[in-house]
Design a protein around this ligand. Structure first.
Ligand code: IPM
Ligand code: MG
Length: 399
């Protein structure tokens, strides 16, 4: 009996190794970065998602349309509505992303995506893979970039979360060897680690930041985290003016809430799962996960989203209109900057910061104790159009 089980597990493992070796060959191919300046029009896909997704994405779309009015009018930018990335449709097709939806996403240059429900064993949905994880893999969106800024505490962090490997990429490919034994797999490749770590160092160099912090648990998870750490120190040699230090994920979660030390950190680079966890903590310090956006960047495509999930409980309790749209609006700002509309993106970011951290005339609480997402979006739009935006932002932002 056990011989048979071992044989089955071995075959499963062999197929995983084979797929990863193929992926490495793909990564080795020299694929060019998309040059958005040459695109006409730039096509922006909009996926609405589940739970609070449609409502907060709508608010983000309002902001995008507002700041891109001229570009849409001249035909330089086209929005494309992509339906079908809903849990109902995905459950019916039994696919993380139905084929036709994936085709539509690939036909856009960038996508703004609302949060999508991730099924879990025992809930009402078939236990299919997360749409986020699948999209990151299918489009090879290897860098998950998540900025968090709290100027009054001197905090200006940028997280570079590896997005196509770690415990995530094989998260739906584990094996129940027997009734008693379950095994998951975690993968780190030399090429996968190199590309995200290099991106973090390039960001530091471009922004005159003299330090990059690598977060692992390489003292315990010796093989995969060990490789990530080794690659980081190897890449660091190419950037002699940037200091590199390695922290373990446990102490790093503590340091983020240590007022005496936390503002010393600037750029973080870390494997997938640690990045997932640490960025929720960082976002909470900024004002909640509803305030943080996430850029999923690959060479060919890019996708922008909130860092949080679809909050179905808010919908069930009738509180979706009070959901914070700032995460999606911030994601939109990142999208704008990524496709070359730097001024527009910067304006949206400054307005979000003035509203959420300085003026604070309105407050979002997720319930009727605060304003609705629609009211808050109008508040942000007011500041986007305010001629004093930059002056006000500069006065307050001491960073
Ligand atoms: C995130 C989210 C996703 C993740 C979920 C929704 C699958 O938490 O973007 O951080 O775990 O990556
Ligand atoms: Mg997360």
């Amino acid at each position: 009996m056990s011989k048979e089980l071992i044989e089955k597990a071995k075959n499963h493992f062999a197929s995983i190794v084979e797929a990863q070796l193929t992926r490495i060959e793909e990564m080795k191919k020299d694929c060019q970065w998309t040059d958005y300046t040459t695109l006409n029009p730039i096509i922006i896909g909009l996926c609405w998602g589940d739970g609070i997704g449609p409502i907060i994405s709508k608010h983000a779309q309002t902001v995008l349309e507002h700041v891109l009015k001229d570009k849409v009018a001249s035909g330089k930018v086209v929005f494309r509505d992509i339906k079908g990335l809903t849990i109902e449709n995905r459950a019916e097709c039994k696919k993380a992303i139905p084929d036709d939806v994936l085709k539509e996403i690939k036909a856009c240059h960038v996508t703004l995506k609302g949060p999508t429900t991730t099924p879990q064993a025992g809930d009402q949905w078939p236990n299919i893979e997360s749409a986020n994880v699948a999209m990151r893999r299918y489009l090879d969106l290897f860098a998950n970039v998540r900025p968090v800024r709290i100027p009054q505490d001197n905090i200006d962090w940028c997280f570079f979360r590896e997005n196509t490997e770690g415990a995530y990429v094989l998260g739906s490919s584990g094996v129940d060897v027997s009734n008693d034994l379950s095994i998951d797999f975690k993968v780190i490749t030399e090429q996968g680690a190199e590309r995200i770590i290099r991106m973090a160092f390039e960001y530091a160099k471009k922004n005159n930041i003299g330090r990059v912090t690598v977060v692992t648990k390489s003292n315990v998870v010796k093989t995969t985290d060990g490789r990530f750490s080794k690659v980081a120190f190897k890449i660091a040699k190419e950037y002699p003016s940037i200091k590199v230090d390695e922290w373990y994920i446990d102490i790093m979660t503590a340091k983020l809430i240590d007022p005496a030390r936390r503002s010393d950190f600037k750029v973080f680079v870390l494997p997938n799962l640690y990045g997932d966890i640490l960025t929720d903590e960082a976002a909470q310090l900024q004002g909640g996960v509803g305030t943080a956006g996430s850029a999923n960047i690959g060479k060919k495509w890019a996708m922008f989203e909130a860092i949080h999930g679809s909050a179905p409980r808010m919908v069930i309790e009738g509180r979706d209109k009070f959901a914070d749209p700032c995460s999606m609006i911030r994601a939109s700002a990142m999208l704008l900057k990524h496709i070359g509309f730097t001024q527009e993106g910067k304006k949206v970011e400054m307005a979000l910061e003035v509203c959420g951290q300085y003026e604070k005339k309105m407050c979002i609480t997720g319930r009727d104790t605060g304003v609705t997402g629609e009211e808050y979006t109008k508040y942000v739009l007011g500041w986007i159009d305010n001629p004093n935006l930059e002056t006000r932002w500069k006065e307050e932002s001491k960073l």
